[in-house]
Ligand binder design. Sequence first.
Ligand code: 9MR
Length: 649
Amino acid sequence: MRALPRLALAVLTAAATVAVVSATADAAAEPTPITVLTSDFEDGTTQGWSGRSAETIAHSTAVAHGGTGSLLTSGRTATWQGPSLDVLGTFEKGTAYTVSAWVRMSSGSDNARLSVERRTGGVASYDQVVGNTAVTSGSWVNLTGRYTVATDVEFLRVYVETASTTGDLYIDDVTASYVPALPIQTDIPAVKDVITEFPVGAAITGAETVTQHGQLLTRHFDSVTPGNALKWDATEPTENTFTYAQADPLMAFAKTNGLAVRGHTLVWHNQTPSWVFLGADGQAMTATADDKALLLARLENHIRNVAAHYGTDIGVWDVVNEVIDESQSDGLRRSNWYNVAGLDYIRTAFRVAREVAPHAKLYINDYNTNVPAKRDFLFGLVQQLKAEGVPIDGVGHQVHININWPTVAETKAMIDKFVPLGIDQQVTEMDVSIYTSSSESFPTPPADRLLKQAYVYRDMFALFRQYPGEITSVTLWGLADDNTWLDTYPVARKDAPLLFDTTLQAKSAYWGVADPSKIGASASASVSPSVSVSPSSSTNPGTGSCAVTYRVTGSWPGGFQGDVKVANTGTTALTSWKLAWQFTGGQQITQLWGGTHTQSGAAVTVGNASWNASIAAGGSTSFGFLGSWTGTNPVPAAFTLNGTACSVL
Ligand code: 9MR
């Protein structure tokens, strides 16, 4: 691997409480990162790495991922022991770092993890940057994930550990880098101001509460759902030991900023520690009376503690999550919960939640509720339980969808189905994948997919707004495309399912929600939209003065990414625009979004897309592009907008 410059980090923000982790598969899809840490072990030293305990850390030339050197850890006596590096002075609070390490066993095989230990006030927390990944002695395996320190810390170390064995392991070519965040746009409407029929929310981790992310969140959203922090594994990792280290800072942020909170989730088959399902004899529970009684007692204890801890601060609870499986003849998921306790786990969960949180709306939440078979099983279950007196207040539709699926009509049928039950409905986890199959993968979201996605958001929100009496909130499963679970599910690839892009700027999807007139009067989402509209060639009477900001946001051998902001500094609105410049280094645009382009030799002309044709006086718009270059990549010196020279910022 080529050596990367070691850059000193200017500022360490001294505070932190929660660190946030999310795996990403494709950091390369982002603009060029700034590298803050490189350990290539090519200088014969351990480059500051040490053990976490008494294990031995040594430079090695036995194997290497790149060059001739690597780092060997031997003498491990526990799986959590491994090579670790102090990053307290390197990682800045609120910045999302992509951390990458190559790992290899000396012999045998295991699963390796990339983790971070952080301490606040002397209390240690352990965050997983990359989860268990199979490693062997035969080849190097890359672990890459994203990590944001979101609260104050006095200790911060990144380390590699294993899942089961204590064999010797090598690491090499460890890097950490970040993409500088852009300021959020303050000249666009707030989603929460546009959508007045119901509150609009976003799922968050600590990373969404700091710096520009926190600003974007509070500017556009009415409510938040902690994406993982309230789940069982986070709140009761061992029996009757309750920890709120992840959730408390998020709750405090919500309170300070007047955000409502959806509590997610009290009962689920995932992210539930294995001890929950072990009987008194330490064996896996079965459907015996004793095991059932113990399981329901644990469930009751869990809900009493977690729901009581937050009291009235949580106005809605997803009491049970994903209990339907339409492939079963009775439609009920064969989870450990069901296998041991039958439907009584659902009855108990709602009864106890109502007792502890009588103010809260209690929800049954599920995905694919648009699928008729699943929808109908869910309907039947809610109907039955309500008839029994189980206090279910609402049905949560997750709405994890994609640009081609489902149709608006099927989604409407989903909502209509539950109306006769007289219960509330909420959209709880909406996102719109740009992919339509597991075999697709794009390094950069293609413009036509993003436009189609915008139409889906437009049409789905238009539908939801037709049900102001039934739909009582809509939550998106994330804030911006830099942090989405879809980057690793169903396969590792960069997805872009939300309203804001990886640099927190509004996408066409945002305009689909906030002002659909900006994305053109397309056909409905189920029909392929035209990608863009050629700019008008007529002269624009409104042309006045203009200012252009041209920025290279990423650069790599042979390629680069650019962002161009066009500001109308005149006094008259533009109704269409055409920006022209000369590339003097032989650069060639290969793909452009937010406009249409032509290039003839050095001469580039970019016209507006259909949705950003008008630029108000004092307003601005932006477009981005990918280009190729060789030799040098000089920034264009001059631009004209509709034929008039602009100032260059
Ligand atoms: O967003 C969550 C992700 O960070 C977790 O890794 C994942 C693991 O279970 O759970 C994700 O959230 C899920 C939610 O709790 C329930 N519906 C599906 C969501 C996406 O998987």
